[in-house]
Design a protein around this ligand. Structure first.
Ligand code: PRX
Length: 647
């Protein structure tokens, strides 16, 4: 986060007490006074159904926690079957809105159950059972939550790979997890055109020979290559498959059995497979969803993220469905066919809770409030934000233009690793401050410490750490326990290192200040500098590369790459385009540098380490225009001068 934003946060004085409409909120006065263990014990017993009740709340042997020990449950049963059994089969689980206008579907809990059972039985036919690892590479189609829940039903851990990731990224995740089955689709709709996914999956599978079977969901009519013996159309494979839940029981899973892996970028080139388990995760996400978004029977909830990220797992699929809520699921982009598409959706379904990211809010801000004004947004009662620090200006715009000047905005802080929201205001309790994520949730014990691990005085910035375990906490990094220790537990032994800077004010409210490590946050997507660097040096023309982030008004941060070409050659505009494309192919378009600065040398210390701070300083001056190229021989001053000149 840039210094300008931090200054804006420090001087923010606006305050918004809980509105009277939230007098009967799920979390009211006294909420924070509850005993954490009693709270999580009660939520564990009441919020989910267990086949065998748990006997022990938690076991904490730092840095490993276990929750709800001895309990047996099934996440799919909790998200689907129990609602049907309780008579809510006719309630809409989600209103699916396809990208092509008019392409929509209301899926009730009873429909969802039939779809999930059919999917699970189809998976069984191709050998998926308890412990079979499954990769899912789908866009925002109804089959995405269905496939996840079908895996959960069978006890098959899944990993969902965001549709924007490249074949290489997909293959490395499949290989790391040892997936035997891949679920994908022919193509997904992207601004009116089909964007092929299956060819990307094919390329990935050439480097992931462990995949025995590939199930392909048909979404468009594009020609799709199929490999005999390996690939199956889902609609064909499932055609005569039983969808009666009575014949497809939910596998009783141990509370600590893995539910899924979610890969996320760390400070090395290799993404980490974050392990989430069944019991603690489900209780954690359903509980926080209930209180933070003040969920009622009548709530129409829309989290406008992609299910391919942790936000979608926790707060589109598992949390809301466990709570039996009616949600919206949207396939497309906010500006197709026009920039009012989101507001059309809010009006059509009467959305009461909207949860999105600051980068999306800033994009709508740039387009102007007139698109929102075309629609009746009066159904909205609560707004949420996640993914990066929200600047007060965007916060206030969101409340004013989307929330009708009345809806509280909850800025929720959490991570892939935390699984659930850890710091957030509660709409019936908290006095909101634009730019602050409010207070830790019950049982969450963060601290802000200095270089030596000592708590800083209130108001001062420092490293955010977490002390006590929470139910949805990661259970490690798949296949790499030493990396788990090194990444999170070695800097301040005994404390979980978050990787963000933070400050606590006199009221005990938290202000997140952005990443303090080599992780960048572009449009709420987490990307490591090293990952982009290794994609760049993988290009045969590149000798060396260093990557850092600069502040960007829309995307929060944007990626700047400093590149030395082999033979000290100058880079051309063509070279810029080629390298950006290369990064898109290695990682995905989300990791493409906004700027590439060519330099015959990178500034280094005497021991040969690249001086990233220096490069970051240059980038943060905010003077780099789009796709800057530089070719001057002398190093830092020259880069700086050129960067400034290119503004
Ligand atoms: O830097 C923080 C930022 O996003 C990081 C986690 O990214 P990821 O694992 O991809 O999960 C994103 C969705 C939960 C954090 O380390 N971040 C997330 N939410 C906020 C935030 N920064 C400030 N305020 C937030 N509300």
């Amino acid at each position: 986060m840039g210094d300008r934003n931090i200054d804006a946060l420090l001087s923010e004085q606006r305050r918004y007490p809980p509105p009277p409409e939230f007098a009967d909120a799920n979390a009211g006065p006294g909420f924070y006074e509850q005993d954490p263990d009693a709270f999580w014990e009660r939520e564990g017993r009441e919020r989910v159904d267990w086949f065998t009740p748990f006997s022990t709340l938690r076991e904490w042997t730092p840095p490993y926690a276990k929750w709800y020990l001895g309990g047996k449950l099934n996440a799919c049963y909790n998200c689907v079957d129990r609602h049907v059994e309780a008579g809510a089969g006719d309630k809409v689980a989600f209103h699916w809105e396809g990208e092509p206008v008019g392409d929509r579907l209301a899926v009730t809990y009873a429909d969802l159950q039939r779809r999930v059972v059919r999917f699970a039985n189809t998976l069984k036919k191709i050998g998926v059972g308890r412990g079979t690892n499954v990769a899912i590479y789908l866009g925002m189609v109804p089959d995405l939550p269905v496939a996840m829940l079908a895996c959960a039903r069978l006890g098959a851990p899944h990993t969902v790979v965001f549709g924007g990731f490249s074949a290489d990224s997909l293959a490395s995740r499949i290989n790391d997890m040892g997936c035997q089955v891949l679920i994908t689709q022919d193509a997904s709709w992207r601004r009116g055109r089909p964007l092929p996914l299956k060819p990307v999956a094919d390329e990935a599978m050439t480097n992931a020979p462990g995949v025995r079977r590939c199930l392909v969901v048909r979404r468009t009519e594009v020609d799709t290559p199929m490999t005999a013996g390996r690939d199956l159309w889902y609609h064909e494979a499932s055609a005569h498959v039983d969808d009666d839940a009575a014949n497809c029981p939910c596998e009783p899973m141990d509370a600590e059995d893995p539910l899924f892996l979610m890969y996320t970028s760390g400070t090395t080139a290799k993404p980490k497979g974050i392990v989430h388990t069944t019991g603690g995760y489900l209780v954690g996400v359903a509980t926080t969803h209930h209180y933070v978004f003040d969920i009622k029977q009548s709530t129409v909830y829309w989290c406008a993220a992609d299910i391919g990220w942790i936000t979608g797992h926790s707060y589109i699929v598992y949390g809301p469905l466990c709570n039996g809520v009616t949600s919206v699921l949207y396939e497309g982009t906010p500006d197709f066919p026009d920039k009012d598409r989101w507001w059309d959706i809010v009006e059509r379904y009467g959305v009461t809770v909207l949860y999105t990211a600051p980068t999306a809010i800033r994009t709508h801000m740039k387009w102007g409030p007139e698109f929102a004004r075309r629609h009746d947004l009066s159904s909205i009662r609560l707004l949420g934000s996640v993914g990066e620090p929200i600047n007060p200006e965007a916060w206030v715009w969101y409340r004013t233009h989307i929330g009708g000047g009345r809806a509280p905005v909850v800025d929720t802080w959490w991570q892939t690793e935390t699984g659930m929201i850890l710091i957030s205001p509660l709409p019936g309790v908290s006095t909101l401050k634009p730019g602050s994520a409010g207070r830790p949730f019950i049982g969450v014990t963060p601290s802000v410490v200095d270089d030596h691990g000592y708590p800083v005085t209130p108001g001062e910035g420092g490293f955010l750490v977490l002390r006590e375990p929470w139910p949805a906490m990661l259970r490690g990094i798949h296949g790499d326990p030493s990396r788990y220790l090194a990444t999170y537990w070695s800097r301040f032994p005994g404390d979980y290192l978050v990787g963000d800077g933070a400050r606590v004010d006199d009221d005990g409210d938290y202000w997140l200040l952005g990443r303090i490590d080599d992780v960048m946050n572009v449009s709420g997507h987490r990307i490591s500098t090293v990952e982009v660097e290794s994609a760049l040096v993988d290009d045969p023309t590149v000798a060396e590369a260093a990557v850092c982030a600069r502040p960007d008004e829309l995307t929060g941060q944007a990626i700047v790459a400093y590149v030395t070409l082999k033979g000290g050659r100058d880079g051309s505009r063509q070279a810029v385009a080629t390298l950006r494309q290369h990064v898109a192919e290695k990682i995905g378009r989300l990791a493409m540098p906004a700027n590439i600065v060519f330099t015959p040398e990178l500034p280094k210390t005497r021991s040969g380490k690249i001086m990233r701070r220096l490069l970051r300083d240059i980038a943060e001056e905010g003077t780099l225009g789009d796709t800057t190229t530089l070719a001057d021989p002398s190093v830092v001053e020259e880069i700086r001068t050129r960067a400034a000149a290119a503004a």
